[in-house]
Design a protein around this ligand. Structure first.
Ligand code: NAG
Length: 406
């Protein structure tokens, strides 16, 4: 009897309340139209014509560490196919490898041979300097930090920034010899197709300060949260579609359009070369060591957008239809199982995103960071950090076999 009373009671109360009933129906209709709209946008995006052939001169910059398996499995072939698609005469390939303890060097030598047969201009550095060599050096006044336990350790980010900058030095040298390029294409250790790169280069009609792909390692979650910030500078609210908190970034994602973001570095990135060759050339960097002491860190791949004078002019875009994976299995699964979002996937994603946005706030996390930056500024004026939105509450240092949080 009791159960019956309750069910009748609740059935009678909610739908019979005319205003509430009207609002619920309205919400249902609006939500259904919203989801249908997204589904149509996805269909339209999938029927869009293939990207145009390449007409640009492209400097391909890439860095490898312990990637022998990926290189032999997919990457070397992907790069050769890419060079053929872009035109061997339009590209320059710069590769920097150091300290791998698998056979990355051997795999890169195989690539060197293959590129040689295509007469591709290239510069491949295979360095024997290992992490161990780096961390046992005498600490200098740049790139080292005192950890909470009191030891002085080599910071991961300035170390990586240095490696990336070596690739830019080669670009600068070529420029001084009269070799010009339109774009620089940074490739991570990801699986990609030539068409992915063509689409990336053509993001937003080719007009951008930077255009990034979206990277996957643990499906269906995207990988690089460290460098991705939405149009308002917030971290992604979720690692699955539609990812973003800010309206602008979310709207574009849901319509499969280039997504305006403040920073991204998810697998592949295309940028105009001009800022890297200007009078005050753009370079990768870490945050100052003195700021790092406050237990803060920011990715060199986020700070580069904060420093790039073109970012506010031309915009940084994530291209959500260019999706790459960190190995062959992930890439293949991504492009079979996860190729198309069903209506149910869309509904789930949209609602999960809403609930997370309503139930969580980045305010406290960002406040902790801001307060530390303020304290640092008081003690280190006039130094400043323009990449505030890149910062997170972490300290990352190198060790012999990789890197770790402290
Ligand atoms: C690819 O990565 C996934 C997840 O890290 C792993 O489970 C899988 O075995 C890897 N596959 C290959 C071919 O390395």
């Amino acid at each position: 009897m009791g159960r019956r009373y309750y069910s009748q009671h609740s059935l009678r109360r909610i739908p019979r309340h005319p205003v509430l009933r009207f609002l619920l129906i309205l919400l249902f209709i609006w939500d259904t139209l919203h989801i249908l709209g997204i589904h149509w946008a996805q269909t339209a995006s999938r029927q869009s014509p293939p990207p145009p052939r390449n007409t640009r001169r492209i400097y391909i910059a890439t860095q490898h560490w312990n990637t022998a398996r990926l290189l032999r499995d997919r990457w070397n072939d992907a790069l050769v196919a890419l060079v053929k698609e872009l035109g061997a005469e339009n590209v320059y390939v710069a590769i920097y490898e150091s300290g791998s303890y698998d056979d990355t060097k051997g795999a890169l030598r195989e690539l060197d041979t293959a590129l040689g047969q295509l007469e591709v201009k290239r510069h491949i550095v295979l360095s024997d300097v290992s992490h161990k060599d780096e961390i046992t050096k005498q600490p200098t006044d740049h790139g080292w930090v005192k950890t909470p336990s009191g030891e002085t350790a080599l910071r991961r980010i300035p170390f990586l920034a240095n490696l990336r900058n070596q690739l830019l030095d080669t670009l600068q040298e070529l420029h001084s010899q009269g070799h010009e390029f339109d774009n620089i294409l940074f490739l991570n250790d990801v699986v990609f197709t030539p068409e992915d790169v063509l689409r990336l280069i053509n993001t937003n009609g080719g007009d951008y300060a930077a255009a990034c792909s979206l990277d996957f390692s643990n499906l269906p979650h995207f990988y690089d949260t460290f460098a991705l910030r939405d149009s308002q500078g917030h971290e992604a609210v979720m690692q699955t579609w539609p990812y973003f908190r800010s309206y602008t970034s979310r709207y574009a994602t849901e319509h499969f359009l280039p997504v305006p973001v403040t920073s991204c570095w998810n697998g592949m990135v295309a940028m105009p070369v001009a800022p890297f060759l200007s009078k005050t050339p753009l370079r990768f960097r870490g945050i100052p060591d003195s700021l790092g002491e406050y237990h803060l860190e920011g990715s060199e791949c986020c700070l580069i957008h904060a420093d790039n004078p073109l970012s506010p002019v031309n915009g940084v875009f994530l291209n959500p239809v260019v999706r790459v994976g960190y190995n062959g299995t992930i890439f293949d699964t991504l492009h079979s199982q996860y190729e198309v979002l069903s209506m149910l996937d869309i509904w789930k994603g949209v609602w999960k995103n809403r609930v997370l946005r309503w139930a969580t706030t980045p305010v406290f996390k960002e406040w902790v960071v801001r307060r530390r930056v303020q304290k640092w500024r008081q003690n280190h004026a006039p130094e400043d950090e323009p990449g505030g939105f890149c910062l997170i509450n972490e300290m990352q240092v190198l060790y012999e076999k990789g890197w770790r949080h402290v």
